[in-house]
Write a protein that binds this ligand. Structure first.
Ligand code: ZN
Ligand code: FE
Length: 255
């Protein structure tokens, strides 16, 4: 399939994504922190925007929607559960829904935790997952509205996707996320080498997003709360995994 992914830096550390199919001349934008850089990327390539997918209602993910719509006929897709807090939706979706864009199916995964209405979009045929502020490169979003149990459960659903899936997440927080991860797992070789390549990429101003799910499984402490060494690192060798996860999240909030 002639699909191209573009990662677009927005605001200070946000990302928007364009997924483009050249045969169909259709383009999907996932999250709209601001319209300027996205419109610039579309017009530079003469791409037609057909859909806007929203992961959650926070301003740094939706602020540019109205302007982007004024410049295109794009249909807006978002969580039915959060319709009242999102820009006007053309298509409201819930857990388990499958809709088509670019001629390819998109699976809706309910991922509460960061916000209660947060969703992720999985494109099984192209191998992309847009995870917003749920699963992030080397980390996960803060728990503004949901419980640790909700976020752990959301992350488990994403962890079950094929390991080669490209995880397209909402922010460039990777370096600080991995420094925190390294404080918990100083001897994890995959983590040490990821921290190295991340520091190099950032020094050159290159994005470290997307990552692969395989990398996240090997290095992201929020997916690894059930490992004996992580349990040990937060002093909870025998606690239920959700408690371990909550302890890791709390340490990160104070890191
Ligand atoms: Zn957010
Ligand atoms: Fe955000």
């Amino acid at each position: 399939m002639p699909i191209e992914l573009l990662t677009i830096p927005c605001l200070r550390d946000n990302y928007a994504f364009l997924l483009h199919d050249s045969d169909r001349d259709e383009t999907v934008c996932v999250d709209v922190p601001e319209s300027g850089p996205i419109m610039a990327a579309l017009s530079a390539r003469k791409w037609t925007l057909t859909h806007i997918l929203l992961t959650h209602h926070h301003d740094d993910h939706i602020a540019g929607v109205a302007k982007l719509q004024a410049f295109s006929d794009a249909k807006v897709v978002g969580a039915a559960a959060d319709a009242a807090r999102l820009p006007p939706l053309d298509i409201e979706v819930t857990e388990g829904d499958i809709f088509k864009v670019l001629g390819t199916p998109v699976h809706v995964i309910d991922t509460p935790g960061h916000t209660v209405g947060h969703i992720a979009f999985h494109f099984p045929e192209t191998g992309h997952a847009f995870t917003g502020d749920t699963l992030m490169a080397g980390g996960c979003g803060r728990l503004f509205e949901g419980t640790p149990a909700q976020m752990w459960n959301s992350l488990q659903k994403l962890a079950a996707l094929p390991p080669e899936t490209l995880i397209c997440s909402g922010h460039e927080y990777t370096e600080s996320n991995l420094r925190f991860a390294h404080s918990l797992e100083p001897e994890n070789p995959a983590l040490i080498s990821r921290l190295d390549t991340t520091e190099e990429a950032r020094a050159d101003g290159r994005p470290t997003v997307p990552s692969t799910l395989a990398e996240e499984l090997a290095t992201n402490p929020f997916l690894r709360a059930d490992r004996p060494n992580l349990r040990q690192a937060v002093g909870l060798p025998d606690a239920p995994v959700v408690e371990v996860f909550a302890a890791i999240r709390e340490r990160k909030d104070n890191f």
